[in-house]
Design a binder for this molecule. Structure first.
Ligand code: PLP
Length: 515
């Protein structure tokens, strides 16, 4: 492909994406394919002869589009958002065009240096304590990781090394390998699956502690667990705090937990994967109280800050602990990085290679501006509040947890099976997409305002689908109950016949209603 064809292909691809966004409301949010759908739509092996980009683009529509779950759809309310914006998409194209891998300063000075500056811009936008920012005279700094999962895992590996090194300073004869088997870590039972996975990967038990009635981990629960483990000869080294749990967007009690971590010399990591973006708005900063206790803090601009995946912003108070844990030297990696002026980010992450992700962060922060990003957060919170008001007006539903950020958790009043049936029905119909969570043994549905394209009319549309389907479920549930009540009162010989007749009559009525 020459540069002229590249221009044509690129323009056509941009047009394709723009059309996709403009017309996304015409598509069901969930695809209508079965697992394995794709295999027979493409050949078994790569083509021997070159094919045209036009054919390729046609196949994106033919092969890929039918199997897409549309995260950009305003009817996508599952999980948390995945960031997406035109500035970020174009910036990612530029990143790919420039190529390059920035594992050391000399390998790509702009990659390192723009990342240093962008992590400072972003840190300042969040009003993070100064000590987390990159500066030439402090050990703190920020780095873009691929995901919040990676950040949690990296924090754990650094915490492990820090604890062992500290213990070795006190007792140089310490058997490091044996000591490592005694390390333990903690998080709440509401933490994301990636937190438990970090423990699995690091071979350190991640103890998932119970939360209070607001889904928050409390300081006394943590301290009790720590004391119990110390009494057993174990060594607590890492705590992951949730600032916005995946289930209900709850915030752990930082000001209680921070002093406990400090007292026992435990690394405190804050996982604010989704909710962290809100701290660009001053009105949410009260939730950051206690951040000064943290050793590391991470949030995903690739969730709620309009930056395309992958871009997870991680700051540490002392990057030397990362370097201690991850520094492996080779002669071919030596460069002329002027003695510590710039970080060698390869020592702050798992892989050697790294993408130039700072470009998209730069593009988004400049082209939206801090005010534009704040508007985005506030608009989405406003839409969640609008949805909340719709739920509260309908006496068939209830809410057991507070609305937090852009997330509303609610349920049909009555047993779990009603909410479960509603989630299943909505998923089957594919018009809106929500996922459930549990709260104190009760099933809830999570409605998250995810897509950047969501407007008030989209929330109304989703609500209409939800409440209509709920009505049908409640009607059919009422029929079943009525039928079995009547059947109870009949003598056994009549029961089967009459039950069938009643059910048929009522089902027909429901089907009529749903037309
Ligand atoms: N932490 C929390 C609280 C999350 O909600 C999620 C994902 O939704 C993650 C971590 C994992 O994020 P990532 O996909 O960036 O690893």
């Amino acid at each position: 492909m020459d540069s002229q064809q590249f221009r044509e292909f690129g323009r056509a691809a941009i047009d394709y994406i723009a059309d996709y966004m403009d017309n996304i409301r015409d598509r069901d949010v969930l695809p209508s394919v079965e697992p394995g759908y794709l295999k027979n739509m493409i050949p078994d092996a790569a083509p021997e002869d070159p094919e045209s980009w036009q054919d390729f683009l046609k196949d994106v529509e033919r092969v890929v589009m039918p199997g897409m779950t549309h995260w950009n759809s305003p009817q996508f309310h599952a999980y948390y958002p995945t960031g997406n914006s035109f500035p970020s998409i174009v910036a990612d194209i530029i990143t790919c065009g420039l190529g390059g891998v920035g594992f050391s300063w000399i390998a790509n000075p702009a990659c390192t240096e723009l990342e240093v500056e962008m992590m400072n811009w972003l840190g300042k936008m969040l009003n993070l304590p100064e000590e987390f920012l990159n500066s030439s005279d402090g050990p703190g700094g920020g780095i873009i990781q691929g995901s919040a999962s990676e950040a949690t895992f990296i924090g754990l590996l650094a915490a492990k090394e820090r604890m062992i090194n500290r213990m070795k300073e006190n007792d140089p004869s310490l058997d490091s390998n044996l000591t490592k088997t005694k390390l333990v870590a903690y998080a709440s039972d509401q933490s994301n699956s990636s937190v438990e996975k970090a423990g699995l990967l690091a071979s350190i038990p991640m103890k998932l502690l119970p939360v209070d009635d607001r889904c928050r981990l409390r300081g006394d629960t943590l301290e009790a667990a720590i004391k119990e483990d110390i009494a057993k000869g174990l060594i607590p080294c890492y705590v992951v705090l949730n600032w916005g749990t995946t289930g209900t967007c709850a915030f752990d009690c930082t000001e209680e937990i921070g002093p406990v971590c400090e007292k026992y010399g435990i690394w405190m990591h804050i996982d604010a994967a989704y909710a962290g973006a809100a701290f660009i708005c001053p009105e949410y900063r009260h939730l950051m109280k206690g951040i000064e206790y943290a050793d590391s803090f991470d949030f995903n601009p690739h969730k709620w800050m309009l930056v395309n995946f992958d871009c997870s912003a991680m700051w540490v108070k002392n990057a030397n602990y990362l370097v201690d844990a991850f520094d492996v030297q080779r002669i071919y990696l030596k460069d002329n990085n002027t003695s510590g002026k710039m970080p060698d980010y390869r020592h702050w992450q798992i892989s050697l290679g790294r993408r130039f992700r700072a470009i998209k962060l730069w593009a988004v922060m400049r082209i939206y501006g801090a005010s534009g990003l704040r508007n985005h957060i506030r608009k989405q919170v406003g839409l969640a509040e609008h949805f909340e008001s719709l739920v509260r007006k309908d006496s068939r539903f209830e809410m057991l947890t507070e609305v937090s950020m852009g997330l509303v958790c609610f349920r049909i009043k009555g047993g779990n099976e009603l909410t479960k049936a509603l989630v299943a029905k909505l998923t089957e119909r594919k018009v809106v997409f929500l996922v459930p969570c549990t709260y104190q043994g009760k099933m809830l549905m999570r409605f998250c305002v995810c897509s950047r394209l969501t407007e008030s009319r989209d929330v109304d549309f989703s609500w209409n689908e939800i409440e209509t389907q709920a009505g049908l479920i409640l009607d059919s549930n009422a029929v079943e109950k009525l039928s079995s009540d009547i059947a109870e009162k009949m003598d056994t010989s009549d029961k089967a016949n009459k039950l069938t007749i009643i059910t048929k009559l009522q089902t027909t009525e429901i089907q009529e209603k749903s037309k």
